[in-house]
Write a protein that binds this ligand. Structure first.
Ligand code: ATR
Length: 480
């Protein structure tokens, strides 16, 4: 079930939230602690007006809520609202047996016994869940993983406590996979919100239509992307839309990772079929792979890992993704000389790809020694970035691979003095924003443009094929 946590200060506002998200949710949680004082008397009518099963929660400040009055007042509020027809009531683990519990039982309202930890995942999480269940109908733990290992611990709960009705939530950015794969964690429901009520919550629309989290079953294949940070990735959009379009029973999840070793152990545990790899792990994954493609071997970096019998195999689709938007120009012999700006990880794959297609490359970089390193690996030229203008009119392609032009450096170009003639192709691998300062300068001169979003989509399509064995559906535009 997908449960919408309501955050409006008024009942009308809450009903509005429900209306906006009606098609994406199965259940709602009324947070009476977030309601204005004057609204509390209307709260009793809420369940009959909401048309969804409702959880009643009055969260104290110690548990991350806003209820500041005494425990006695809170108890009275619970008692006055319980008549309203709520399906569940959330009572925290440290609340002693009380008249609230008694009344809930009389009214047939099921009791969720909850435990919150905003700092960590407690060591005794398994036995804690067990104890919570002894004092209610459903055990709820909302805890905060601080590492990927903690996330892995939450995924092991189901194996240990299969028969315990429970709600398990990993809060914060590490916890996001536990929210999306809530069914694999053994959680009865996942919480979503219209705004962000708790750290890491995902919008109802994304949870239902992009991730289709409620459709995950025992046979759903799990794919994902690992990185650190991971917030900006567009890959879940590309792959989940693709899986959906071809009716492939699979889900693609973003994983914030701090230990590659732990992630590989997790991937084995949940029987992942493959995953994308982004910064900073494209080199670190190599030592876990039993088989690598020629590109990975030569470029020294891997952005795609797939399961093959008995081992993990690494391929590099960045290379293909980069080439695809200029492939025709290469085939037509229109690109003989190229300037590549930057000498980081992305530049490495790009320089290799261009050299592989017989293009003469000059690398320009702020730190000359970095440029020298990439140049030596690929047998090409390098120069100081300040000398960019000297190459004006002498190259067919200029590729921008640095982070300049992306937030927080929007509006900056690494080669502001370079004069585009209009005859060259300008290619920026940044995809947010689509139109960088570098591309604007090129467009003004009449140069032909290539966008980072094209590269991203093409590398994703090849990855999709490696993951699923099917072509990326041609009728889909994930608008990355
Ligand atoms: P990626 O793997 O995405 O290429 P990276 O390895 O951090 O990322 O590489 C960043 C590239 O952007 C490098 O070429 C870097 O130049 P240095 O080698 O001199 O560090 C370049 N870069 C980053 N910020 C820059 C800036 N403010 N001006 C010029 N170049 C910059």
């Amino acid at each position: 079930m997908i449960c919408l946590t309501l955050s409006s200060p008024t009942i009308e506002g809450c009903l509005g939230e429900i209306e906006r998200n009606r098609e994406y949710i199965d259940m709602v949680e009324l947070r009476a602690d977030l309601l204005d004082e004057s609204e509390l008397e209307n709260a009793k009518e809420f369940p009959s007006r909401s048309s969804f099963p409702a959880i009643l929660t009055i969260r104290r400040t110690v548990d991350g809520g806003r209820y500041e009055k005494s425990e006695k007042d809170r108890r009275e509020l619970f008692l006055s609202l319980l008549d309203g027809g709520f399906s569940y009531v959330d009572i925290e683990s440290d609340v002693k047996r009380s008249d609230v519990e008694k009344k809930a039982k009389e009214m047939g309202v099921r009791i969720i016994r909850s435990y919150h930890d905003f700092e960590k995942v407690p060591d005794d999480i398994f036995s804690r869940i067990y104890r919570l269940k002894e004092h209610g109908d459903v055990a709820k733990v909302a805890v905060t993983p601080r590492s990927f290992q903690d996330v892995f611990t939450l995924f092991r709960i189901e194996e240990e406590l299969k028969d315990v009705p429970k709600i398990v939530i990993g809060m914060g950015e590490f916890g996001i996979p536990t929210r999306i794969l809530y069914k694999r964690v053994g959680s009865m429901l996942t919480f979503v919100s219209d705004g962000e009520v708790a750290p890491g919550q995902i919008s109802p629309r994304l949870m239902k239509t992009l991730y289709r989290a409620d459709k995950v079953d025992d046979r759903t294949a799990i794919y994902g992307v690992i990185g650190n940070p991971i917030g900006q990735t567009s890959s879940p959009k590309i792959h989940n839309l693709g899986f959906h379009a071809i009716n492939f029973n699979a889900i693609y999840v973003p994983f914030l990772v701090d230990s590659i070793r732990q992630f590989f152990a997790f991937a084995e545990y949940v029987k992942m079929r493959g995953f994308s790899v982004t910064v900073p792990f494209k080199v670190d994954v190599l030592s876990y792979l039993g088989n690598i493609s020629r590109e990975v071997k030569q470029i020294g970096s891997c952005n795609t890992v797939v399961r093959v019998p008995g081992m993990w195999k690494g391929i590099n689709t960045d290379y293909y993704g980069f080439i695809k938007p200029i492939e025709k120009d290469l085939d037509d012999g229109k690109i003989r000389n190229a300037l590549v700006i930057g000498a980081g990880g992305a530049s490495l794959a790009i320089v290799w790809a261009l050299r592989n297609r017989g293009v003469k490359v000059t690398i320009l970089n702020r730190t000359l020694s970095h440029a020298e390193r990439v140049a030596k690996m690929n047998i090409c030229q390098y120069d100081r970035i300040e000398n960019a203008s000297k190459y004006s009119g002498k190259v067919d392609l200029v590729v921008q691979t640095t982070s300049l032009g992306m937030s927080p450096n929007e509006g900056a170009s690494p080669i502001p003095d370079f004069k585009f003639t209009g005859n060259e192709i300008a290619y920026d691998i940044i995809y947010k924003p689509k139109m960088t300062k570098f591309l604007q300068d090129a467009e003004r001169a009449g140069s032909s443009l290539r966008f980072g979003s094209q590269m991203l989509l093409e590398q994703g399509k090849l990855q999709f094929m490696a993951f699923s064995g099917y072509y990326y559906p041609s009728w889909i535009d994930p608008e990355v």
